[in-house]
Design a protein around this ligand. Structure first.
Ligand code: GLA
Length: 336
């Protein structure tokens, strides 16, 4: 009985840039969704959600629908699905579910999709299941991640470049304990605002705007400055300059807070607590409005820094943070 795995992701830098044809620098992480499946001849897809279904059926339906559009024949499946990625945490548990399930569904039907095609199909499934016009980052990272590396993605060409993360650096992720209530409608609004500025400037996407063109447009200014930060962060990482990467992450948080306005006082407090506890740069990660923050720290100190920041944050906000120290994992595939 083959099993397929797909990882969650954390984004080191580059938020709200993917749907503007821009750049992102995420990493697949060592939390994953696993689908164990056998074919059944009657075309029925029967899923046993080992961690409770938590509304997951709609993702499974959407993945089947999109794969049928890609020519998948009607082979059914008995599947057992389990995941170590906390749902609703901003670590792309749904992307991991879509990708691992899509691999299992393709396998029993002998359908081969190229990695980018698989990611695009799963992005489409996410949009269908949630109604959120998300970009490609989460699904492509889950498909194309590389162990020990961050992944520079050009969201226009969909080219990916793995960049090694130094062994001595750990990624800290802390969930703020704040659920992302506003996320769906606000996300769509932000995307529409970006597209409106690009259209007004006569551009295909904000990827093509210069800093001068968006100087008086805070939302677009974030996108243009964030793209520049991602490219500089990728350079810093290639050189092993983690301090510079950390400063760029902190600048990214300020831009998401002040120009794009997707932070919250709680996320700001958590970022400050991490920086104070000794992290090398910290920022909200993903869509914002709650969810997680990410920070870098010397591997030997990461657990202590995360615990200290979490304690500090708990005292300030009375919320319950959940810290994870993550390693960069390989992209989706057959579980061996
Ligand atoms: C969510 C979306 C991504 C991306 C981020 C913000 O995670 O699914 O496509 O837009 O928000 O960077």
């Amino acid at each position: 009985m083959p099993s397929f795995r797909a990882p969650g992701r954390v984004n080191l830098i580059g938020d709200h840039t993917d749907y503007n044809d821009g750049f992102v620098l995420p990493a697949a992480i060592d939390l994953e969704c696993v689908v164990q499946a056998t074919a059944r001849p009657d075309g029925v897809v029967e899923i046993d959600w080992l961690d409770g279904d938590a509304g997951s059926d709609r993702y499974a339906d959407a993945v089947q629908k999109v794969l049928a559009e890609h020519g998948r024949s009607d082979v059914g499946l008995d599947a057992q699905v389990s995941s170590t990625i906390p749902v609703g945490s901003g670590l792309s548990s749904s992307a991991a579910l879509e990708v691992s399930l899509a691999l299992a569904l393709c396998d029993v039907a002998d359908l081969e999709l190229a990695p980018t095609e698989l990611a695009l199909a799963c992005q489409r499934a996410e949009q269908l299941a949630t109604g959120v016009p998300c970009g490609i980052m989460d699904q492509l990272t889950s498909v194309a991640g590389r162990a020990g590396c961050a992944l520079l993605i050009d969201c226009r060409s969909l080219e990916t470049e793995p960049i090694p993360l130094p062994e001595e650096i750990a990624m800290i992720v802390i969930h703020s304990g704040l659920s992302r209530a506003l996320e769906h409608s606000a996300y769509a609004q932000r995307r529409a605002a970006c597209e409106a500025v690009a259209a007004r400037l006569g551009l295909d996407a904000l990827r093509d705007a210069s800093p001068q063109q968006v100087a008086d447009e805070p939302r677009a200014r974030h996108v243009v400055s964030e793209n520049a930060r991602v490219l500089e962060a990728a350079d810093a990482l290639r050189r092993g300059d983690i301090d510079r990467l950390g400063s760029l992450m902190s600048a990214s948080h300020m831009s998401l807070r002040d120009d794009f306005e997707v932070s919250t006082p709680e996320l700001d407090a958590l970022v400050a607590a991490l920086e104070q506890a000794g992290a090398v740069g910290a920022r909200l990660t993903g869509a914002g409005f709650g969810g997680c923050v990410v920070a870098l720290a010397p591997a030997g100190e990461a657990t202590r820094i995360a615990a200290r920041a979490a304690d500090d944050y708990r005292c300030q906000t009375r919320l319950t943070p959940t810290p994870y120290v993550c390693r960069a994992a390989a992209g989706a595939g057959l579980l061996v």
